[in-house]
Design a protein around this ligand. Sequence first.
Ligand code: NAD
Length: 435
Amino acid sequence: MKQTNVMPAEGKLGIMVVGCGAVATTFMTGVLMARKGLTKPVGSMTQYDKIRVGRRDAKQYLHYKDIVPLADLKDIVFGTWDVYPQNAYQAAVYAEVLKAKDIEPVREELMAIRPMKAAFDRNYAKRLDGDNVKDCQTRWDMVLELQKDIRNFKQQNGCARIVVIWAASTEIYVPYDEQYHKTLGQLEMAMKSDDRAHIAPSMCYAYAALAEGCPFVMGAPNTTVDIPAMWELAEKTHMPIAGKDFKTGQTLVKSGFAPIIKTRNLGLAGWFSTNILGNRDGLVLDEPANFHTKEVSKLSTLETICKADDQPDLYGDIYHKVRINYYPPRNDNKEGWDNIDIFGWMGYPMQIKINFLCRDSILAAPLLLDLALLSDLAARAGRYGIQRFLSFFLKSPMHDFTRGEEAVNNLFEQYTMLKNAIREMGGYEADEEID
Ligand SMILES: NC(=O)c1ccc[n+]([C@@H]2O[C@H](COP(=O)([O-])OP(=O)(O)OC[C@H]3O[C@@H](n4cnc5c(N)ncnc54)[C@H](O)[C@@H]3O)[C@@H](O)[C@H]2O)c1
């Protein structure tokens, strides 16, 4: 590895996951199994991908860990919070994502991962009724309690560094409000005055993480860190933030497929995405206010790839619709259908159908690993604020909308951003251009 300015990945890395549900336990179980050599972390960029560094004769294809100092799987320690008190073993069994043969070998380790009491407000996820919940008078109390949790966890587990990642339920939609979310001062005031309408519990986790010097990643579509007040906090504490919404099934397909239509200058009349899923995530999203948060996130993908302003003839009138249907028999095995109405030469219509029979948490788990390891890397590299290079992993990537910045949703452009960041942190030239 070249000499870099990135601090080494020495000591234990605590990954504190908010929510101990299907995604979180699939992730934890996979990491624990992989480090015993009992499974392979398939789908993880940090474990498998090789990228080019250097040019022409000096060109080499290297794994990320040979370019930048990454935390090793064996140095990871897991912590979690949840509204339900079941330990990670019980929660993994309940989730029914993994077979017993893939859980039992790490049963002891999973049983030791016991959720701390959640900072929770039932108005933000009505379908949940667990009672492993903090008794807090105000949102500010939630922040202080969570800070204490992080500090205690770090000390009790001898961690050198902590990353906090949200894999808890999707909260109801909290739109950006200039009066409460613009500056850090406003945000703190709203937390202290217990403004429950504008401060979601997830904002308390994010605030606590950043204040404790930990990167924060938002894996649900919640607007939590997608507000200028949180960017200010991240800059003040020199911590990286990323979000939002893990890019797994249908949106992964969309952000990879839409570039085909755009690259060939075909027209797009409509894109209808629908799916059925029956896990607890599906149950929460069955509530219209929670679904709305997801809908906003999922709808944002197309317009920055097939741009109406650039090509009004081709993309001036796209009908984009996204549905999610709760259907318990399928549990975590989501089935997604995409119907794409395109048009070609002289406007003649054609259709494309995509039927993705996926497994939600199996697709999400490697993203948690990559987002946690790369956020930790970014912090050690002295990068802070919005980490746009992590857009690759996210459905609705963060960007500074107050300055008119656009999200990059095209999967291949996102990959270029990711590779360039790894090159740069590894002391190489970030030499790939986005056209
Ligand atoms: N699996 C995917 O493909 C995918 C993709 C993108 C986003 N996500 C998001 O990831 C999240 C997790 O998905 P899942 O399938 O594991 O759901 P899940 O319902 O199995 O787990 C979520 C857990 O979060 C807990 N929780 C809710 N509010 C909390 C709070 N305030 N503090 C602590 N815990 C809390 C719930 O009790 C539950 O156990 C969801 O928001 C989902 O939308 C999943």
